[in-house]
Every structure is written in C-alpha cells, then in structure tokens.
Write a protein that binds this ligand. Structure first.
Ligand SMILES: CC(=O)N[C@H]1[C@@H](OP(=O)(O)OP(=O)(O)OC[C@H]2O[C@@H](n3ccc(=O)[nH]c3=O)[C@H](O)[C@@H]2O)O[C@H](CO)[C@@H](O)[C@@H]1O[C@H](C)C(=O)N[C@@H](C)C(=O)N[C@H](CCC(=O)O)C(=O)O
Ligand SMILES: Nc1ncnc2c1ncn2[C@@H]1O[C@H](COP(=O)(O)OP(=O)(O)OP(=O)(O)O)[C@@H](O)[C@H]1O
Ligand SMILES: N[C@H](CCC[C@H](N)C(=O)O)C(=O)O
Ligand SMILES: [Mg+2]
Length: 425
C-alpha cells in the first residue's frame, strides 16, 4: 500500500517503488528490497522509523489485545470518550471510525504499518484526541505495530486461538505477553492466570483477585448492575449488556478511560452507561422466541456466552472457520455439548476447506450425538433452530456476529445471521 505524508510517497510494495517513492522496509517485505532497488528506488526507511515522518504529538494511541473482547472493549472506550466530549478514532475488526462515523468497512483487525499510519494521519487531520486500536496476535508477531508509541495498553484475556499460525499455546501466549513487556502505561486483567507483564506503570482490573479497578459485586436483571471499588471508594454502573465477560469488558473500558482522562470515576461510569454494545456481539434479534447472534468463535468465547444462559434451554447453532486453527474445533463441540440442550452444527466461513470435514472435526468433541443435528446450510440450520424454540429456550447463533458475508473459497457471498433470523420470526 501507499500513503502520502508531507508530499512524500511511502510504499511497502516493491512493485510500487521507484525513484520518486520511499520504500518502507518491514519484517514482512525485507526480502523485496533488491526488487525495489531494481525498480529505481533510492530512498529506504525502516517501518519503525515512520514515526519520524508524522508528528503524532497531538494524539494518544490506545492499544487493546487479548483473545476475546478486543472489539467490545475498544468500542466501549471509544463510546465513553466520545460521550465525555473528546474526539476519537477507532480501528479494529469492524473497520475504521472517526467521531461516530464509519470511514472504512471491515478489514484486518490490525492493519499493516502503513495502514496504521494512514489512519492515525486521518485521525490527526480530524483533530482526534485519541486513536483506539485493536492489536491482534498476528500484528504483534509481524510487527505491524512497530513505530507506534502507545499512551496505554490494555489486556483483556489470553485463552486460545490462531494455533494454525502460532503453532503452540506457549508461543501464542508469549506473543500476546510481549506486548506488555515494556514500561508503557498498561491496564491488566488480574484474573487471567497466564498474563505476564512489566509491573512498571501497570494498573489492573478484576472480579476475583485484588486490583486497582475491582468489581466487588454485580447482579444481572434487565442487564447488569456493577459495584466497582477503586482506592477504597465505591462506584457503580449499569448496562443493558449481558454476560460476566461483558462485566470484564466494561470494567476494563472504565479503568482505561479513567487512566486516559483523569476525569472523576463517577463521571466515567455515567458516560459508559450510554454504550449499548457492539452489533453482532450478544445481540438480541428477537425476544419471542429469544434469539441471540454472537461472534463467539473460540472455545472460551462460546463457554462465556453459553454460561450466561444457564437458566434457559439452549439451542446452539455454530460452525468453525476454515483455514484457521483446526484444533479448536472439537473443543468448541465439547463446550456446546456441555451447556446446550440442542446443537445444530453448521458451516461458518469454510474458505478453502470442505465444510463437511470441518463439521466432522467439531463432532469429534461431542460424545452424545442424540441431541445433535448437522446441517451444512447455515440458512436452513438457523430456520430449524427457530422452529424448535419455545418459551423456555434461547437460540444462540454463534461465530459470525455481524459479518455481512460467508467466505467460500476466496469468494464472499452476502450472508447475515441477523437477516436470516428476521426472515423466520
Ligand atoms: C497470515 C498473515 O497474517 N498474512 C499477512 C502477511 O502476508 P504475507 O507475508 O504472505 O504477505 P505478502 O503478500 O508476502 O506481502 C508481504 C509484504 O511484501 C510486500 N511485497 C509483496 C510482493 C512483492 O512482490 N513485493 C513486495 O514488496 C507487500 O507489499 C507486503 O508489504 O502480510 C500481509 C501484509 O504485510 C498481510 O496482509 C497478510 O494478512 C492476511 C491477508 C490475513 O488474512 N491475515 C489474517 C490471518 C490476520 O492477520 N488476522 C488478524 C486477526 C485475527 C483475529 O481476529 O484475532 C488481523 O489482525 O486481522
Ligand atoms: N472478555 C471476554 N472474555 C471471553 N469471551 C468474550 C469476552 N468478550 C467477548 N467475548 C466473546 O468473544 C466474542 C468476540 O468478542 P469481540 O469481538 O469483542 O472479541 P475480539 O477479541 O475483538 O475478537 P476477534 O479477534 O475475532 O476480532 C464475543 O462475541 C463473545 O462471545
Ligand atoms: N478475526 C477472526 C474471526 C473469526 C470469525 C469466524 N467467523 C471465522 O471465519 O473463523 C479470524 O479471522 O480468525
Ligand atoms: Mg476484534
């Protein structure tokens, strides 16, 4: 890609490099430096030094990493900062937003170096005070975030995902933890048993262990009501959002905004209450029957969601993405079987894999197949689930959230879980 900073053209692609451009050298493209030279390029800059070309002193960059909850926590921080009157940009899985407007649609969760700098430049041009970004494990490993100076780093949790890419759980954990090794200000989830961080400038939040932003009590009735203890004083907030995992996400957001703005904590709690959640994350599509669409696509994410409905008969519709971590599939089957009354295993984004074989991988984790249906067609799987529902049940449609398409091979076919649900109620 290319960006222009102060009339100078920067590219990370040797095919776009020539005598008039600067080639930005990174871990991912250093093997193409000779090609760039052969194309006439004379000017080279290391990706980590891009910061010397863009004055970022007016904007604070906030990074969020973790296996689950990045998008939700980032959106909660964004919403709260906007509510408090700041100008804010948000970059993540759902796209790029500036001051409540979507500027770009779905892309990578964390763009490459030039992508980050292009967005930060746009945020600065729009007078943003903050740039809130999700940081994926791929981005950390590939150094897509090099050259960025973070005002605050936030950790949600580290469970498992992407073992197709990182190979072992240990390597995945190490990559995530490496984000917290320096002395940048950070906010850590103290209930995560595997997080390792540099204690310098670290504050924390938690439900179970002692921490700076400590949830001392919570209840769920028409959403959540949370008591938060901070430096010996009690504060409270309410939200229509559901699930203990969202108590974590919202507490992280409150702690983060408090650290970033030094506003009164009660004022921050009040501003957060305006946040209604992210589309496709625990989104109630229908009350009768109760149908919820959620983006859970890891064993832990599914467990968190399913556990939130233990008083209901769960009808769980889910699949698993192709060309992604294969080992998570039976674990997802096992989690679904533990908490659901009925399971319909279907297709997610098969990409270049055979969806029937993905389903077989999921079924390997389910011992008792009596209450399990298989339907590779996600549309009819959703229809069947809704037909099965009664007043005691909740239909949980997991894995795709608000994705607008289903990826088969490299083609994207329009598909929305929400729209499929609405066709049948
Ligand atoms: C597996 C993976 O992460 N691949 C990423 C990786 O691809 P790659 O190394 O094969 O790319 P490449 O085509 O060889 O290009 C590398 C660099 O060389 C340059 N190049 C290339 C060819 C050439 O002739 N000359 C040249 O200079 C390119 O401009 C580029 O800068 O580097 C590319 C750009 O540097 C990324 O776009 C690409 O992401 C692909 C598209 C992808 O799907 N990534 C997913 C898995 C991902 O990153 N997901 C995470 C989040 C997952 C989550 O939600 O947790 C994300 O952050 O989105
Ligand atoms: N704090 C959490 N702990 C565990 N599970 C969570 C948490 N927050 C959200 N989830 C579950 O994970 C799903 C994805 O949440 P979210 O989109 O916020 O995460 P993410 O980290 O951005 O995911 P991705 O890496 O795929 O973009 C949610 O739909 C929910 O099921
Ligand atoms: N950002 C995640 C999202 C997964 C969503 C699920 N629907 C899938 O396609 O696996 C990924 O790319 O691994
Ligand atoms: Mg995300």
């Amino acid at each position: 890609m290319q960006i222009i900073i102060n009339n100078r053209v920067f590219t990370d692609n040797s095919n776009e490099a020539n005598k008039d451009t600067t080639f930005v050298v990174s871990k991912q493209n250093k093997r193409f430096v000779e090609d760039a030279k052969n194309n006439g390029c004379l000017d080279f800059v290391e990706a980590k030094d891009l910061k010397n070309h863009l004055d970022m002193s007016s904007i604070k960059v906030v990074g969020i990493t973790g296996t689950n909850g990045k998008t939700t926590t980032a959106a909660a921080i964004y919403s709260t900062l906007l509510d408090l009157g700041y100008k804010v940009a948000l970059q993540g899985t759902r796209g790029f937003f500036i001051n409540d407007e979507r500027v770009e649609d779905y892309s990578l969760t964390t763009p490459v170096q030039l992508g980050n700098f292009a967005h930060i430049q746009k945020a600065i041009q729009n007078d943003c005070d903050f740039f809130v970004m999700e940081v994926s494990s791929h981005a950390i490993e590939q150094k897509r975030i090099e050259g960025l100076e973070f005002e605050l780093k936030i950790h949600t949790n580290i469970t498992r995902d992407h073992l197709d890419y990182h190979k072992t759980v240990e390597e995945y954990i190490n990559v995530k933890n490496s984000f917290f090794a320096d002395e940048t200000k950070k906010l850590i989830n103290k209930d995560d048993p595997v997080v390792v961080f540099n204690a310098k400038n670290a504050l924390s939040y938690s439900l179970d262990n002692p921490s700076t932003y400590n949830v001392s009590a919570y209840s769920f009735k028409n959403g959540m009501h949370v008591m938060l203890s901070h430096l010996g004083k009690m504060h409270s907030f309410s939200s229509l959002m559901m699930g203990i995992f969202n108590v974590y996400n919202l507490t992280a957001a409150i702690g983060a905004v408090h650290m970033l703005t030094s506003k009164d904590l009660d004022e921050v709690c009040e501003a957060l209450e305006g946040f209604a959640g992210v589309s496709g994350r625990m989104e109630t599509i229908s009350d009768k029957p109760l149908v919820i669409v959620d983006f859970a696509h890891t064993p832990d994410g599914m467990k968190e969601v399913l556990q939130s409905f233990n008083e209901k008969d769960i009808i769980c519709v889910f699949g698993a993405g192709g060309d992604r971590d294969k080992d998570k599939r039976p674990l997802m089957g096992q989690v679904a079987a533990t908490y659901s009354k009925h399971i319909i295993v279907t297709s997610d984004n098969p990409r270049f894999e055979d969806p029937d074989l993905i389903i077989e991988d999921i079924l390997k984790g389910i011992k008792n197949h009596q209450s399990v249906k298989v339907d590779v067609n996600r549309k009819t799987a959703i229809k069947t689930a809704i037909e099965m529902a009664d007043e005691n049940s909740v239909v949980l449609i997991l894995g795709k959230g608000d994705e607008a398409s289903q990826t088969i091979y490299d083609k994207k076919f329009p598909f929305s879980d929400k729209e499929e649900v609405l066709k049948h109620i």
